[in-house]
Ligand binder design. Structure first.
Ligand code: HSE
Length: 318
């Protein structure tokens, strides 16, 4: 194979109450990465287009480059003769705005590792690619959290029960919820949104939080959109981060008034997501949230879809 092109979707991390441990994939937007065989050994980034013009093409500073280098290094350690002189050239097409809270760095990282793995004849399984994709997150925000990369890679809802050792559980994909994601034209770096978080929580908040996380998982398995929406309640992270997102309270109130069963911050923000019982409610919710941001002079873009069960998909192979 000379070239593989992969699409990886946007993801909603945290899902309200489940900070750093739960995320799901949506249908669009997403990033597309082409991996091509190169005669120059190592990993290079030939192009970054779309919404990622400002991203570095230095493979040591670009999340996709870091992850594919980590993958190649691992393969070279396992089979030096086979992989020593392998060269991979990456071309990134960003459909996801950077710093949006939609898993922008994860989408290109996941698309890149899936494309590179396929280019090399798929030596590793999808699941085995996760630690390499997580290395990209470490570069992006200083913490190798997996709640964006895991759903972008595997699709649906993914739970990270433990980071050390890594224990990732691919949950069922509920078919009932419709998801509205609103991306306001604001930028918030994950690194900055993590700095505002308190290092310790009260027992009272923790009790509320684990009750909600458990209820969220129950809602997923019962395909119960009302329960899932109720379980987005977050006593720990949302109060700190809401202050970083102008218009957050108004947009959330607008979503709930328009019929969403729940609404919270997507990942570290500034995007928001809401869950609804039907496509038409989800569309109305999107329009209401856009209006709420517009009232404050902030442009925003809505996306409506069901949960994306496929995750990263190979678009073409040559
Ligand atoms: N769990 C991460 C955070 C997701 O909230 O910092 C970042 O998209």
């Amino acid at each position: 194979m000379r070239s593989v092109t992969v699409f990886a979707p946007a993801t909603v991390a945290n899902v309200g109450s489940a900070f750093d441990v739960l995320g799901f994939a949506i249908a669009e937007p997403g990033d597309i990465v082409t991996a091509r065989a190169s005669s120059t050994p190592g990993v290079m980034i030939s192009e970054v287009s779309g919404d990622g013009g400002a991203l570095s093409k230095d493979p040591d500073r670009n999340t996709a480059g870091v992850s594919v280098q980590a993958l190649l290094k691992e393969l070279q350690q396992r089979e030096p003769d086979r992989y020593a002189s392998v060269g991979i050239e990456l071309a990134l097409r960003k459909g996801l705005p950077i710093g949006s809270g939609l898993g922008s760095s994860s989408a290109s990282t996941v698309a890149a590792v899936v494309a590179a793995n396929a280019l090399l004849g798929s030596p590793l399984s999808r699941e085995a690619l996760l630690p390499f994709a997580m290395e990209g997150e470490r570069v992006a925000c200083g913490a190798a959290h997996a709640d964006n990369v895991a759903p972008a890679l595997l699709g649906g809802f993914v739970l990270i029960r433990s980071y050390n050792p890594l224990d990732v559980i691919h949950l069922a994909t509920p078919s009932a919820p419709w998801v509205t994601v609103i991306s306001p034209q604001l930028e918030l770096k994950t690194q900055d949104a993590r700095k505002v978080l308190k290092r310790s929580v009260s027992l009272e908040s923790a009790i509320s939080q684990w009750g909600n996380v458990a209820a969220l998982v129950a809602g997923i398995y019962h395909d119960d959109v009302e329960l899932m929406g109720r379980a987005l309640e977050d006593k720990i992270v949302e109060p700190e981060r809401a202050q970083l997102i102008p218009g957050y309270a108004a947009a959330k109130a607008a979503a709930l008034t328009a019929g969403a069963t729940g609404c919270s911050i997507s990942g570290s923000g500034p995007s928001l997501f809401a869950l609804s019982q039907s496509e038409s409610i989800a569309t109305t919710v999107g329009a209401a949230m856009v209006r709420a941001f517009a009232d404050l002079g902030i442009a925003s873009k809505p996306y409506v879809s069901q949960i994306n069960s496929a995750g990263a998909t190979i678009v073409s192979e040559e």
